[in-house]
Design a protein. Structure first.
Length: 350
């Protein structure tokens, strides 16, 4: 009999969490659509905007998965409490902690596969959507971003952005014997190891007698230039580990800062399931105490505020540890440890 209640509770928390995540995704897509409409043009029309919004949506949902799980489990436990199912389970000898764990399994059944799919598919789909968007905008000459200049040996390269091994709005200056040999300008260029191949609306200008050449130019782009801080969260875990290893022995301030942000994104991904479990365990205990007689709306408000405060505390903690060059993983897990201590105190009183 108890297995029926367990399965029912798991299914309910899974379905509600999934539904809430879908609602968050829909609302995020609406706001993203409105934002992208400001960039609309002849080429970047409504069809391309819809395509970008749809293909980028799955990866963007990662930002909402903690809140969706917390809301889903809180609503599931609240409904089960109103139906009297929690009292039946407690009468059968199940502790509040075990009941919350059972309900949390439904949310975790959504979280873990979603994180795996994001790593192997959704993230790549998002990057491809960004690439298509940038190609269209560059062709239309609609977007004029601030360019960055970098130097390698006797060559200079300017670009507005780099996404998935493609540089956009590129300008290249080749210098030999302290004289400009040639310049290349193109909407995009493909980056392959230490070579750059310019393509798409290419403009070549030579300042000596040599003929125009289409061979790739040798140019090594620093990792910090390839990846903006805002794009670190869109890297895969394997990429983060590779880049992290590159900067592990560097004592330069900018390299340490870049590695700290890599650590922040990496440890947040690794500890996300644990953070979600502790959120569910702590706030689930409130169903048996302060939220026992509250309304569904009250539980939703508490869950939303709780998820917001947790993310804020985690960002603040990590920011402090980055500022003082302390181990980042400690800054990531401190809010989770606080929740663990608070949960232990709550369940001892039940």
């Amino acid at each position: 009999m108890m297995k029926i209640f367990d399965i029912y509770l798991i299914k309910r928390s899974f379905l509600i969490s999934f539904l809430i995540l879908a609602v968050f995704g829909f609302l995020d897509s609406i706001f993203n659509l409105i934002s992208e409409l400001e960039n609309s043009s002849n080429r970047y029309d409504i069809l391309n905007i819809f395509r970008y919004v749809i293909f980028s949506a799955p990866h963007r949902l990662i930002d909402y998965i903690e809140g969706a799980c917390l809301l889903g489990v809180m609503i599931s436990l609240g409904i089960s409490h109103q139906e009297g199912n929690l009292n039946v389970m407690r009468s059968a000898g199940k502790s509040p902690l075990k009941i919350v764990f059972i309900s949390s399994l439904g949310a975790l059944c959504m979280v873990i596969p979603y994180l795996i799919f994001d790593e192997v598919s959704f993230r790549e789909t998002y990057n491809q959507a960004e690439v298509r968007k940038n190609i269209i905008l560059q062709k239309d000459n609609f977007q004029t971003n601030e360019v960055k200049w970098i130097k390698y040996e006797d060559s200079y390269l300017a670009f507005s952005n780099i996404i998935d091994n493609y540089a956009y709005q590129t300008k290249f200056i080749k210098i030999e014997d302290k004289k400009v040999k040639h310049t290349i300008k193109s909407n995009q260029a493909r980056i392959e190891k230490n070579n750059i191949t310019f393509e798409d609306n290419l403009t070549y200008k030579s300042f000596d007698s040599t003929n125009r050449s289409f061979i790739p130019e040798n140019f090594e782009i620093p990792v910090q230039s390839k990846i903006a801080f805002k794009n670190i969260n869109h890297l895969g875990m394997s990429e983060m580990l590779i880049y992290r290893k590159l900067f592990s022995d560097s004592n330069l301030r900018k390299d340490k800062l870049f590695k700290s942000h890599l650590d922040k994104a990496l440890y947040k991904k690794i500890f996300m399931p644990i953070s979600i479990i502790m959120l569910l365990v702590y706030f689930g205990s409130l169903i048996f105490t302060s939220l026992r007689n509250s309304t569904l709306g009250g539980r939703i408000i508490v869950a939303v505020i709780g998820a917001f405060i947790f993310k804020l505390a985690q960002d603040l903690s990590v920011g402090i540890f980055i500022s003082y060059s302390l181990p980042i993983f400690i800054g990531v897990i401190i809010p989770t440890l606080i929740l663990f201590i608070m949960s232990t105190i709550n369940y001892k009183d039940l």
